[in-house]
Design a protein around this ligand. Structure first.
Ligand code: NAD
Ligand code: WQD
Length: 340
């Protein structure tokens, strides 16, 4: 019988792509998402793409009574926990919302694991849990520490999950630390659909190329990097999604907790990305240089070796693929899922 995975936040950007990877790999997906930052249409399209059905429940993951019902109705083998708030700037303005949602949703799932004897959980962590003093490439052994409430929620959830596996030896948790996911499924049918003005680089670029934004502001060109603009480890969202399938297999084969980077190990500057996007898609991205954005670092990229060693996973797609696929999604869906 196919294994069932509970995917919290499965209608979101990374969650919807991961549902495709799971269904293609022969898993069944049960999604819980209250759609606070996503659209049900994303899941319709996952079904269209894969020809398979997703069981969908719309409610807040912190609602334990409703969660309990889902776990009673389905024999869940593993959980992938994407649901959470993720905007760094907003977390500084509204720290309690971030701590409340990100931590309580994780605690609720921990209790469900114990009650319903679910052994595996894959947690969406972030490169932001690494202390800023670490040198690049960032390895899993680096010291941990954060500079904003969003990051602390991720680090605190990691600690909660580590403590849980320590107390309950039968459990298995994989903490996946994502670098900068960008791009979209190559069909152009699902992709990233931020509400309001995008904070992140790629959606800002695609909306600028489309004419929805006048110009990109490059946040500083006086960093100690080859061209002065910030350098990041951009990873194609489909590679990232496939990493979750590998992480499920790994979780099944062991117990305890383990933190693993999902990145490419390569750093690209803001201007590298603008140039690649323009070249591969034959469009212009007008930009101006602005001041540095508060809290930004000069250079962030992963040491990706552990994922290769323990998961047998490595990123396969390059920045050209990422830029081409992001643009295909945006062109086909100029207003995101609100087109339909
Ligand atoms: P997203 O906002 O697109 O997806 C998150 C989903 O969770 C949304 O569909 C939202 O409606 C849902 N959600 C949030 N709180 C919920 C709750 N209490 N109950 C039910 N549903 C809830 O974000 P994403 O980019 O797909 O990120 C997924 C996860 O990966 C998040 O935990 C995020 O912190 C983490 N992450 C993202 C990035 C990134 O750059 N996108 C990087 C590192 C880590
Ligand atoms: C990338 C680069 C910007 C927008 C954030 C979170 C991190 C993780 C991923 C969740 C930087 C520059 C951006 C713009 C720009 N999320 N930029 N103009 O800041 O690396 O990471 O998302 O865990 O925690 O902090 O990503 O896409 O915002 O920025 O010049 O309009 O692009 O300064 O150098 P970031 P980003």
């Amino acid at each position: 019988m196919a294994k069932k995975v509970l995917v919290t936040g499965g209608a979101g950007y990374i969650g919807s792509h991961t549902c495709v990877s799971l269904l293609e790999a022969g898993y069944e997906a049960v999604v819980v998402d209250d759609l606070r930052n996503s659209d049900k249409e994303a899941l319709n399209r996952v079904e269209e793409l894969t020809g398979k059905k997703v069981d969908f429940y719309q409610f807040d993951v912190c609602d334990e009574a409703k969660l309990d019902k889902v776990f009673s109705e389905h024999k869940i083998n593993s959980i992938i926990h994407f649901a959470g708030l993720k905007a760094v700037g907003e977390s500084v303005e509204k720290p309690l919302e971030y701590y409340d949602n990100n931590i309580n949703s994780t605690l609720a799932l921990c209790r469900m694991m114990l009650k319903h004897k679910v052994k595996n959980l894959i947690f969406s962590s972030s490169a932001t849990v690494y202390d800023q003093k670490n040198e690049v490439p960032l390895s899993e052994e680096g010291t941990l520490g954060c500079s904003n409430p969003y990051g602390w929620t991720k680090l605190m959830c990691e600690q909660i999950l580590r403590d849980l596996t320590h107390a309950h030896k039968e459990l298995s948790v994989v903490l996946l630390r994502y670098f900068n996911p960008i791009g979209a499924h190559e069909s152009g049918i699902i992709g990233e659909d931020p509400t309001g003005i995008p904070n992140n680089l790629l959606p800002y670029i695609t909306q600028t190329a489309l004419g929805r934004r006048e110009q990109l502001t490059v946040h500083g060109n006086d960093y100690d990097t080859p061209d002065g603009t910030g350098v990041r480890d951009y990873i194609h969202v489909v590679d990232l999604a496939n990493g979750h399938v590998k992480a499920l297999q790994y979780a099944d084969s062991r117990t305890g907790s383990d933190a693993i980077n999902l990145g490419t190990g390569k750093g690209y500057s803001v201007l590298d990305i603008v140039k690649a996007f323009e070249e591969v898609n034959g469009v212009k991205v007008p930009y101006v240089i602005g001041p540095r954005r508060a809290g930004d670092l000069a250079t962030v990229y992963a040491a990706p070796q552990k994922a290769k060693e323990v998961l047998g996973w490595e990123a396969e797609k390059g920045i050209e693929d990422m830029c081409r696929d992001a643009w295909r999604w945006q062109k086909k869906n100029p207003q995101g899922y609100r087109n339909s």
